[in-house]
Design a protein around this ligand. Structure first.
Ligand code: SAM
Length: 306
């Protein structure tokens, strides 16, 4: 899936139509949904401590919007408070964001790329940290529509969620800070992913990598790509494995967080994600995943060009 799309072209197409050229039979109904969202006045927003949007709307507009947004289930990343609608997502993503903040890396005035951005929850939090601009890549169109629905009300032009994979863009050293959170273990070739992140980084730029670490050894291959009920999980590294890949591409690990084991406090079934979740992925008796692996343990790494 190599498109060799220039960044400037991708942004231009996005400005004309965010789903330009994408093929999906749901696009027509999504377009109707987006045009059905009410045009209401934004009274204020809070992005630094949470994603909370205050709107001057009627209870009828609020009820109609809630029903439209429920059509976009599953809502995985959040939570969002949209004019009193509590979008209680599967993940309490604010907890991951707090772990990132503990590293003390300033985003102020930075041009940021978020690879695998989901519905843009973190991109909004990045604006809350005074990032200048946040470009996101997200190939899953349900997440892109969720972003467009929220941003219909928030109206932040400094953030864009482009429906492409990193591999589809022609690399250019464009960004001060590049986030790749929860993406590395989905890659068939993790080393290529780090290399591509690095090729899009300005000199002296920083990569914020968040991933699941292996308990068992330096590199763990996942049979059938299935881990804790997640599909397409191929490799888990330990901290030394991450350092090795970084070195291969002229990067050094300048900071990291200690491993944090996922729990049902952070990932759970809700009204907005009513399907199987973390508790369905573990065997309570063994304290392991259903596939017999250790529970997911996640860490952040900051990678810098040497
Ligand atoms: C596990 S989710 C993580 C979402 C979010 N970054 C987080 O940390 O909560 C991984 C996301 O990365 C996206 N993704 C996977 N491979 C990608 C790639 N090569 N380029 C861009 N996005 C990718 C998927 O569609 C998915 O939404």
């Amino acid at each position: 899936m190599k498109d060799n799309l220039e960044w400037s072209r991708a942004e231009y197409f996005y400005s004309k139509d965010p789903l330009n050229g994408e093929k999906d039979k749901r696009i027509e109904s999504w377009s109707k949904l987006l045009t059905s969202l009410p045009n209401v006045e934004l009274s204020s927003s809070e992005l630094k401590t949470e994603v909370s949007i205050s709107l001057n709307w009627t209870s009828e507009q609020k009820r109609a919007t809630e029903n439209l947004l429920l059509d976009l289930i599953p809502w995985r990343k959040g939570p969002f408070n949209l004019g009193g609608i509590d979008i209680d997502t599967e993940w309490r993503s604010n907890l991951k964001w707090e772990r990132f903040l503990s590293l003390g890396l300033s985003l102020e005035g930075k041009k940021v790329l978020d690879v695998g951005a989901g519905n843009g929850y973190y991109a909004f939090r990045m604006l809350g940290e005074r990032a200048r601009e946040v470009i996101c890549l997200e190939p899953n169109l349900t997440h892109v529509i969720q972003f467009l629905s929220i941003n219909h009300f928030l109206k932040k032009e400094e953030v864009k969620v482009i429906p492409k994979r990193l591999e589809q863009l022609t690399p250019k050293p464009n960004f001060d800070i590049i986030f790749s959170m929860g993406v590395l273990y989905h890659q068939r070739n993790p080393s290529d992913h780090i290399k591509l992140l690095s090729s899009n980084l300005k000199p002296k730029g920083k990569i914020v990598l968040e991933t699941i670490l292996s308990f068992e050894g330096s590199e763990m291959e996942i049979k059938n790509g299935k881990y804790a009920n997640m599909p397409n999980v191929w490799y888990l590294h330990d901290a030394n494995g991450i350092k090795d890949i970084a070195h291969q591409h002229g990067l050094k690990v300048s900071a990291y967080t200690k491993g944090h084991v996922t729990s049902s406090n952070e990932q759970r079934k809700t009204r907005w994600m009513p399907f199987k979740s973390f508790s369905d992925a573990i065997n309570i008796k063994t304290g392991k995943t259903l596939e017999g692996y250790s529970l997911p343990k996640r860490s952040f790494f900051i990678l810098e060009k040497n």
